[in-house]
Structures are given as structure tokens and as C-alpha cells.
Design a protein around this ligand. Sequence first.
Ligand code: AMP
Length: 444
Amino acid sequence: MSFEDLGVDKRIASQLSHIGITTPTDIQQQAVPVAIAGHDLLAQSKTGSGKTFAFLLPAITRLSKQKALSKRDPRALIITPTRELANQVYKQLTLIIAGTGLKATKIVGGDNYNDQVKALAKDPQFVVATPGRLVDHLDDRNFYLEGLELLILDEADRVLELGFKEQIEKINTAANHRLRQTLFFSATLEHAEVDALSRNLLKNPKRVTIDASTQEHNDITQKFFLADHLDHKIALLIAATKSAESGQQIVFTATRDDTVKLSEILEQEGYKTLALSGDMNQSKRNSIMDAFSRGQAQILVTTDVASRGLDLLNVSQVINFDLPKQAEEYVHRIGRTGRAGFKGNALSLVSAKDWQSFKAIESYLSKRIGFSEVNGLVGKFKGFKEKTHQPKQNVKTKSVNQKTNKHKKPFKKPNKAKTAKAIPAPFDVDGVAPLKRRPKKDEE
Ligand code: AMP
């Protein structure tokens, strides 16, 4: 099957073949014709499976073939949760629209506001944006969305998790007309919040699900290792990085301080590393991602700012130095490897502090996860025993001391989890970033 068979414009298909893309992936085969037919769409497919082109191709096809509703307003708006992802989508978009006469601009926090005002004044047909900065421009009436034909949310669930619901609703209101088509994409769309938003924004959407997010990713080998304490984790981390045969590696950790500390430790081991976190200014973030994607470092140590969408084909191994609190973030983190048909490894370190997150991942993936061991680095921590839940006793069946007619105090088993020896916390006692937080201006 070719892209043209799916209804993709001929010139765009030939542009794709110039970059070596000739056969549509599963998500592209399913989603592209539905979107080209004009339906609203909720599309879910595993990480690295070609989702970006699955929404870009119908958008470019629509804009090349159909007459614009408005000559001045953007015709397609693509919203991403992070600036890094916006950069990546923008790059792919500009590559494909070169020579079509269509214009695109990128509107993200951290870039110069006045330059963005000028770019918007040039009436680009495509806008790729993070929600916060886009709404600033909307509020300042630097552009209007009345003529918007396509609204696309990439990593829609993450956009909501980062607290951008209000901004998305504002965008929806500004572009609320019957001809608008709306597409939501992610590897993890099974969220009550996404459902609620999609009911509000999408009209009779079609659903395309290639793989449930919980389904095992065949191209990624996943292993988990138990760790006693910080030094043990570091020893395991070093052993894990050395076990990789080739390619680049990404180490995920909870806080910006940890990214710096771990990157220094790995530098001492002889690796060229880069540390990335959401608090850095945008040009620093861009230059780090640029350097990493050009292969100028072997290891990127980062927070979840790099967990979504980023397409780095040379990453052969992802290491979770600590586990994310939200189980679906695990799926996205490990999805930085095993992309576009390549194989990858995902190794996760689990200490007492990660136990709750580990159990959440087990329950999200609906499977029992076993642990692997590294020779010479087997620790004492074996996980916590699960609490066995006794059915709540009915008042009538409470044991009553016949002689005194008083309720007996039930015998309480000591709780192993509570009596377990305290384990030194990895760098930051607060651990992983809170589940839901207000977006920091520089994190969107
Ligand atoms: P994505 O899931 O959109 O980030 O894409 C993951 C990787 O797959 C990117 O490097 C894309 O360039 C690549 N890709 C997307 N579609 C195809 C295709 N049809 N054939 C080969 N590679 C593709």
C-alpha cells in the first residue's frame, strides 16, 4: 500500500519518498484515510509508530486541496505539550511542505514574543504551538482562529496533565465553527479527562487504536532491577550503561538536581553526557536536544521533559534511574527507544521509594513483573509484601468476648512495609515531580 492509496496528495507522497518514507505504518494506514475523509479522530498507537505523519499528512493534503475558509487565519493548529516536541513536529512539517507554497510557524514559550507577533502577521497556514504562549497571542489579538480548519492535539493526555485544559478550551471557543475538524493523538489516550475533553471538542469522532498502551512493545526489551539505596542505584546505573552495545542512551530521573549529579557521575565513567531539564532557558534546551540528536553525547540525563514524542532513532537504551509516579509516563519514557522498527532496551531501577510507582506500572500493564539481577550487585531489598486485604468484618460477626461481652481487639500482624529498615532516599527526598502541577511558563 502506498501513501497515494490512502488519499495523500501526490506531491506530498513524492516529498516523503525523498526522505526514504514509502510505505505507511499501521497507524498511518488506519488514521490517514479517516482524517482525509474529514472525520474527527481519536487515534492511539504505540510510541515511535509514525503518529506525527499520521496527522501531518491529512492536514497537508487538506490544506493543499481545499480552499481556505479565511486567507488570514491559520488553517491548521497543532498543539504539543512540550517545546521540544513542537520543535520536532515543526521540523517534520517544514520538510514536507517545502515547495507546496504553504507556510508554517512555531509559537512556543521561551522564544521571542515580538518575533512571534511578526511571524503570525505573515498569515501562516500552519501553526505548531505549545498552549500557554499561543493563548497569550490569542488574548493579545495577534491572530484569530475563526478560520481554523484543523485542530490537532499531539500527546493530548499530556497536554491535560500539564494543566492546559483552560487554554485548550479557549482555543476551542476561538475556533468554534461547524467546519472545524479535530484530531487527538497519543500512545496513551485512555483517560477520563481526555474523554471529557473529547466530548466537548470532537464531533462524532472515529476511534483508531492500533495497540492499547498497555500492550507489550515487541521492539523494547524491558528489565527491572531492585536497588537498596542511592549508591546501589548508581552502581546499577553504571553497570546498565556499560551493558549497552552501541547507540545512545537516555537516563530519566526525577529532578533537575539529579540530572546534573548523575550526568557528572557518568562523565567520570568516561561518557560524554548532557543534562536536560524543564527549568533551563529555551535556547539551552534546544541546543542540548540538538547536540544529542547530532550524536555529540552518548548519554542524555533528563527529567520527564523529554519523555514524550521525541524521536531519536539512535537511542538503543533507556534507563529509569527512578520510576515516574504516573504509570503511563513509563510507557512514554521507554518509548524513546525501539522506534520505527528498531530494537531497544529499557532498564528500570526500583528501590523502596519507587515501590508504589512500580506497583502502579504492574497494574497499568496488567502483568506481574519479575526482577533481573546484575552479578555482584544483588542487594537486600526484595520489594514489599502485598497487604492481604481482609474483607471488612460485619458488626454482627465481630468476635465478642463471651465473659465480658466486650469486643476483642483483633490481633494485628506487624506490617512489614512499615517496619522495614529505612532506606536512604536517592538525591531528592521529594522524589518524582508531583502528579499534577500548574504548568511552569518555561515547561510548556
Ligand atoms: P513518530 O512516531 O511520528 O515520532 O515517528 C517515529 C519515527 O518513524 C520517525 O523517525 C519517523 O520519521 C519514522 N516514520 C514515520 N512514518 C514512517 C514510515 N511510513 N516509514 C518509515 N519510517 C517512518
